[in-house]
Design a protein around this ligand. Structure first.
Ligand code: GDP
Length: 492
């Protein structure tokens, strides 16, 4: 799990240099500070007669919880105890296609007359009601446009949403981020409902959008496929009810969304921040069980007792059932988006689990800082014959410059031993999603005439992801080429 040979040597109480030597004889060229893969660790284990078990952070957390007799995602209990829960939906799509507008429109249109509070606030998630075949059905929306939330949660191995609404502007058609979003949802095995947006515009061409997405394997029902397409206007409020209905029908057709409200609550943190007056405030999504005021909970490395819960209208709630988002007050610190929360027996247990998690997060962060690479590191390590793969994410101001950069990189002669991979590309500012991807794949981000969005820069800093900025293509190429040349392994 990205640990270095030195870390491993420390763990098993041997000298790192001897491990380097041993690996050399086994045909692997590795230095002591380099991060090594699971296979290499297992290989060493065999050689040393150690049983090496590679434990993922998720497994590690599962073990921690098990030691307290807790299972995250535990059995839902008897069939009879299960009730239908609302689907949880994320809205994805290309920039400017109307994700924010759609989320606002759905949030605003659904304020039930006379409901206390009235004005809906942004808390990161909200629930709406819709009438389907005379039945009142609920849908939960993750209120974070783009796929930042999706990526952050997936990076943590947690499944946040049941259904994705893919927004495509009918006057613009399928664009790069449409395809990217589509691939994200497919990879997560999440059914897609397409909202063909901006149909109020005279130049809207919803038929073209259907044709384009069919080419990507997302075939509309009316063409014999299994994806529901709904023409909407987030601006004029056209067909929003039809879109909600399509979500419910898709959920009923392809998912079995039921949960047992009778057990201790578990779920995910959607977003969290420090409020000056109220202290740490976290919006959580209850995935199973029922969360109640007074419950002792752990959320990531934070713990506490639920002091109060508020819904998206700012109204206090005594309990939150499966599929319900709620703003929770009373935590000791601010947990991260995508981390899980669980209700435990008492405050003491909550604190113990939280302390263990916090210690582990700190250790993992330090390890990450040590192994993450910068372009300069690449050059330095090249001379030693270490790095063999350079992952890049390209972001530019216009698609032409991104393509030019990628073409020029593809044309670089780098030999067989080193490889350069462009793992993602796009137009626009560097986003948190880009940084998350870079962190997950040890990539460097190249910004061509674009900068990192506010929070993305902070995240990159925290995760130790390098962002290089250029405004001249050949300069970018020169530096990358130099790094790659330096990466070539010397011959032994
Ligand atoms: P996002 O980047 O996907 O979140 O897109 P936004 O929601 O910020 O919308 C981008 C622009 O398109 C804004 O100027 C919106 O007012 C506009 N817009 C969004 N939905 C519609 C729509 O249904 N009709 C029209 N005419 N404009 C829309």
């Amino acid at each position: 799990r990205g640990s270095s040979l030195t870390d491993f040597a420390d763990k098993i109480g041997v000298d790192a240099a001897s491990l380097v030597q041993m690996l050399f004889h086994l045909g692997e060229m590795v230095t002591a500070t380099q991060s090594v893969g699971d296979e290499t660790l297992e290989l060493l284990g065999d050689e040393l007669n150690y049983v090496v078990e590679v434990v993922s952070p998720e497994d590690e957390d599962r073990e921690l919880l098990e030691s307290f007799d807790i299972e995250f995602g535990a059995d839902e209990g008897n069939e009879d105890d299960l009730v239908i829960r609302p689907p949880v939906v994320t809205v994805m799509g290309h920039v400017d296609h109307g994700k924010t507008k759609l989320l606002d429109a759905l949030r605003g249109a659904n304020v039930v007359a006379g409901e206390a509070g009235g004005i809906t606030q942004h808390i990161g998630a909200y629930q709406v009601h819709t009438d389907v075949d005379g039945e009142d059905r609920r849908i939960t929306f993750i209120d974070t446009p783009g796929h930042e939330a999706f990526t952050a949660m997936r990076a943590r191995g947690s499944q946040s949403s049941d259904i994705a609404i893919l927004v495509v502007a009918a006057d613009d058609g399928v664009m790069p981020q449409t395809v990217e979003a589509l691939n994200h949802a497919k990879a997560a095995g999440v059914p897609i409902v397409v909202a063909v947006n901006k149909i109020d515009k005279p130049e809207a061409d919803p038929t073209k959008v259907r044709g384009q997405l069919t080419e990507y394997g997302l075939v509309p029902e009316e063409y014999g496929g299994d994806a529901m397409f709904v023409d909407v206007s987030a601006k004029s409020g056209i067909n929003l009810d039809k879109l909600l209905e399509a979500v419910v029908l898709t959920a009923d057709a392809s998912l079995d969304l039921r949960a047992n409200p009778g057990q201790d609550a578990q779920g995910l943190v959607v977003e969290a921040h420090l409020d000056r007056g109220r202290g740490p405030v976290a919006t959580i999504l209850v995935q199973r069980g029922t969360l109640r005021v007074g419950d002792s909970i752990v959320a990531g490395p934070a713990h506490g007792r639920v002091r109060a819960m508020l819904d998206e209208h700012g109204v206090e709630m005594a309990e939150a059932d499966p599929g319900r988002p709620a703003m929770v007050l009373g935590l000791s610190s601010v947990p991260g988006a995508g981390q899980n929360f669980i209700v435990v027996e008492d405050d003491r247990m909550a604190r113990q689990i939280a302390e263990k998690r916090e210690a582990r997060e700190r250790a993992a962060l330090q390890a990450k800082r040590r192994v993450r690479r910068t372009l300069e590191d690449f050059m330095a390590s090249m001379e030693k014959g270490e790095s063999q793969e350079l992952n890049l994410i390209l972001k530019g101001d216009v698609s032409g410059s991104v393509e030019a950069l990628e073409d020029a990189l593809a044309a670089l002669e780098v030999g067989e031993e080193v490889s350069l991979r462009v793992i993602d590309r796009g137009v626009g500012a560097i986003t948190e999603a880009n940084v998350n991807l870079a962190a997950a794949s040890d990539a460097i981000i190249i910004g061509f005439n674009v900068r990192a969005q506010g929070k993305a820069a902070e995240l990159a800093d925290r995760e130790g992801v390098e962002i290089k900025y250029y405004s001249v293509i050949y300069q970018a190429i020169e530096e990358i080429e130099a790094a790659l040349k330096g990466m070539l392994k010397p011959e032994y």
